[in-house]
Design a protein around this ligand. Structure first.
Ligand SMILES: [Zn+2]
Length: 207
């Protein structure tokens, strides 16, 4: 008995055994599957409770295994195929889930987290801008110029008169498109216009 155990534990023999098993399975595939099916049909209740228990016992490991499989190349292939085949069903299921109590809760949480993330990103971007070549003198000049033209602080897009805190510094050519922190590229806009314009250039936004 000990000898036999030792024999199976050595790496070389393990691989040998594995290939043997594989060959046997490939040869007798249909028979084995039929046998398994028959056995399941005859012992349905027993099998079901067994698998339930098995799943409960190995819940975490199985979940992790599933995730790993889905991230692997072959798993990804299978998933995309499955998604294409069951497209309509999946969207329907998703809709139903979103309308359920639990689904509503989850989506609300998701959007809250998303909003926080976006706010953080904007703040970071602004800080980066301020840390670069933008100086207080330039900002002051832009604001003074705006007041000189309009009388009071006014949004250059919708001409709304702005109260303190409603104003934001606007890049006419976005920084992401190479716009610079110079006086001729800066203006004052309300939050709504600044947000709706985002990264579009002035021409694109008006059209
Ligand atoms: Zn505006």
């Amino acid at each position: 008995m000990i000898k036999r155990k030792n024999y199976f534990q050595s790496q070389k023999n393990k691989e040998k055994l594995r290939t043997c098993k594989k060959e046997y399975y490939q040869k007798n595939k249909e028979n084995l599957i039929a046998y398994r099916k028959k056995y399941y049909q005859e012992n349905k209740a027993k099998e079901k409770t067994y698998y339930k228990k098995y799943y409960q016992r190995k819940k975490d490991a199985l979940r992790q295994y599933k995730m790993l499989y889905r991230q692997s190349p072959s798993g990804k292939k299978v998933m995309t195929k499955y998604k294409q085949k069951h497209k309509r069903q999946i969207t329907l299921q998703r809709q139903q889930y979103r309308q359920s109590f639990q689904g509503k809760k989850v989506t609300k949480k998701y959007y809250q987290r998303f909003e926080v993330k976006m706010r953080h990103r904007i703040r970071q971007r602004n800080r980066k801008l301020l840390l670069s070549d933008l100086t207080i003198e330039i900002v002051q000049k832009v604001y003074e110029h705006n007041i000189k033209i309009f009388g009071t602080l006014t949004c250059i897009y919708c001409f709304k008169k702005l109260k303190f805190g409603e104003d934001s510094l606007e890049h006419i050519k976005p920084t992401s498109k190479g716009g610079k922190n110079i006086f001729s590229n800066l203006a004052v806009a309300c939050f709504r216009c600044n947000n709706s314009k985002r990264d579009y250039s002035l021409k694109k936004w008006f059209s």
